[in-house]
Design a protein around this ligand. Structure first.
Ligand code: GCB
Length: 593
């Protein structure tokens, strides 16, 4: 074992689990809910319990769930009553997988704490407030937008390509609010295992696994697939984790005090490396081509509420199409989605919630303070994301922002700080940010280029030949300038399912399918293009805008209900033609663990 990792922010780095030493008690279900647009609940003492509430599901966004709440961003109040399960005198916390955007919680009227930032977990210690009988948990969730938040809202249109949405967001997805992921009552041993960091190094056919464990006093032991090991541990003829054979190992960490078991933590670990070598992206030392999608967490009624069935369906469909990769645009995805990606061998670009960053507010009061706060939050959220996901085999790169306004002074320095910070925390994965402005300064700070480009849609619309030429020229230029691998993290076209046109024209399924196929071929002719992610996997809800009919972004290859458009079949033929591999093969060809 080499070294103790520094403590993770919030102390929640280890995801809850239930075993002989730990308990994770799921509080998901039907909670009580009440909007508070006048922000009066605090004064009225709702933290003790909320009057006149309606039932609402957690996880779930309130916007499409509660009638009349669609455009309400809060604050809103949630209440959950529960009997205390046996917790055996351990330290207890309530762990939220994600509350968008800011949350404050009380247990039996006592304040537990608060957290800012959606799509990332936080744990609030609650041992002192827990009652042996019935407990009343109250959570105030504030999804309102602001220039001092990340992602920001209420941004002057000069920073939003002139696009105006209602609600007023500078990004192209609906600002769903609520408790979006699982809430758990978590009991862990005092002075137990508090963090764990894995790293793999390859040497010929062997892999060396290193593990840094942070734990209280006592003797720490490790076992890999049931066999005791000491780290660094060399595995001869290692079965590496790879999209074709996503082999996961079971790693058990045990802490003993005076011979007695004091704590245990179990992780599924894959042995694999990721690196950038000149203009190539390498997985296990070999160049890899990312074939996949950007994916939003979005579904009717659920909003952004996490439902593992949806994640399983989406990721299985991706494999069915021959994809091996996805980007969690534009925020960290649910942890159960990563469980599925780990098992299916999907290579994940994990993105922070820093979408819509901008770097100037000429004539607005508090502009400098807001800008400094956005950067502080972007740094904090990157650290929280890495602390959560750093042991994931499936996560192969960090994206520290989506489409920051790089055409403003100060942007390049801010992005350098974000990239350097991410690399400083985790030196085992490449770091970048998705950009639509690759001509502006900033890309020097990235290990690889994540390019968002819409030839054939926002530029040279309806002109397929011009789109191919434009993408080819842009890729060659960027390669010439930077000599780094390029992943096209977004490209595509809106298609309204059922709209057909021959010859292909804008908004038709034929045009979308044809454009995607042609642009994938352009990318594939260039070995320095490490992959292409179609935007998007499925249609998704946006705020209202004149350029978003039905408040939907129709660039999905599937509809919002997950029915395929023509492009799905075309992509499947293209990607599966290269490497035949079906979901069935994945389940039958690899060792189960
Ligand atoms: C982009 C954004 C993405 C949008 C997409 C579009 O560049 O990164 O959030 O949804 O374009 O469809 O306009």
């Amino acid at each position: 074992m080499t070294g103790q990792p520094p403590a993770a922010p919030g102390g929640w780095a280890l995801r809850p689990q239930t075993n002989a030493c730990r308990t994770a008690h799921d509080l998901s279900g039907v909670w009580s809910f009440r909007l508070d647009p006048g922000d009066e609940g605090g004064e009225r003492g709702w933290w003790r319990g909320i009057p006149d509430a309606v039932p609402a599901a957690v996880p779930g966004s309130w916007n499409e769930q509660v009638p009349g709440a669609r455009d309400e961003l809060g604050p809103a109040w949630y209440e959950r009553r529960f009997e205390m399960p046996p917790m055996g005198g351990q330290q207890v916390a309530i762990r939220f997988g994600s509350a968008v955007y800011a949350a404050r919680a009380w247990l039996n009227g006592q304040p537990l704490g608060e957290h800012e930032g959606g799509h990332l977990p936080f744990a609030l210690p609650c041992s002192a407030a827990l009652a042996t009988g019935e407990n009343v948990l109250v959570v105030r969730v504030d999804g309102r937008l602001g220039r001092d938040r990340v992602p920001p809202g209420l941004v002057p249109p000069v920073h939003t390509h002139g696009r105006v949405f209602h609600p007023d967001v500078p990004f192209d997805f609906f600002p769903f609010a609520g408790i979006h992921r699982r809430v758990e009552l978590v009991a862990t041993p005092r002075h137990g295992v508090s963090d764990l960091r894995l790293q793999t190094v390859l040497d010929g056919g062997a892999a060396t696994l290193d593990a840094a464990v942070q734990a209280g006093d006592g003797e720490v032991t490790l076992a890999l697939d049931g066999e005791p090991i000491t780290c660094p541990h060399r595995v001869e003829r290692a079965q590496l984790w790879h999209p074709d054979s996503p082999r996961l190992h079971r790693l058990d960490v045990e802490l003993r005090r005076g011979g007695a078991l004091a704590d245990r933590y179990t992780l599924r670990a894959g042995l694999r490396t990721v690196a950038v070598d000149a203009d190539r992206l390498l997985l296990n030392g070999e160049p890899v081509e990312l074939r996949g999608f950007g994916r939003h967490e979005d579904f009717p009624v659920l909003g952004r509420g996490a439902v593992p069935a949806l994640a399983a369906r989406d990721l299985l469909l991706m494999r069915e199409l021959g994809a091996n990769s996805l980007r969690t645009a534009h925020y960290p995805c649910d942890e159960e989605t990563l469980d599925i990606a780990d098992r299916l061998g999907l290579l994940v670009i994990a993105e922070t919630p820093a979408v819509g960053l901008y770097f100037a507010d000429a004539d607005i009061p508090r502009a400098a303070e807001d800008l400094a706060r956005r950067q502080e939050l972007a740094l904090r959220f990157a650290a929280e994301l890495i602390a959560r996901d750093r042991n994931r085999a499936c996560v192969i790169a960090w994206s520290v922002a989506n489409e920051p306004r790089m055409d403003y002074p100060g942007a390049a320095a801010a992005l350098r700080e974000l990239c350097d910070a991410a690399r400083g925390i985790d030196g085992t994965r490449p770091v970048g940010y998705a950009t639509d402005l690759p001509g502006s300064p900033g890309l020097e700070a990235a290990d690889l280029i994540f390019l968002n480009a819409y030839p054939g849609w926002y530029t040279c619309p309806a002109n397929l030949g011009a789109a191919e030429a434009a993408l080819g020229e842009q890729l060659d230029r960027l390669h010439g300038q930077h000599g780094k691998p390029i992943v096209i993290t977004e490209f595509g076209a809106d298609a309204i399912a059922g709209t057909h046109a021959e010859p292909p024209s804008l908004w038709s399924e034929e045009y979308q399918a044809e454009l995607i196929e042609r642009l994938i071929r352009v990318a594939r002719r260039r070995p320095f293009v490490a992959g292409a992610h179609v935007w998007a996997f499925a249609d998704f809800a946006t705020a209202q805008a004149t350029h978003r009919p039905q408040s939907i972004n129709f660039k999905g290859v599937f509809t919002r209900e997950r029915q395929p458009k023509l492009a799905a079949r075309r992509i499947q033929a293209l990607w599966r033609g290269q490497r035949a591999g079906t979901v069935h093969d994945i389940f039958t060809s690899r060792p189960q663990c």
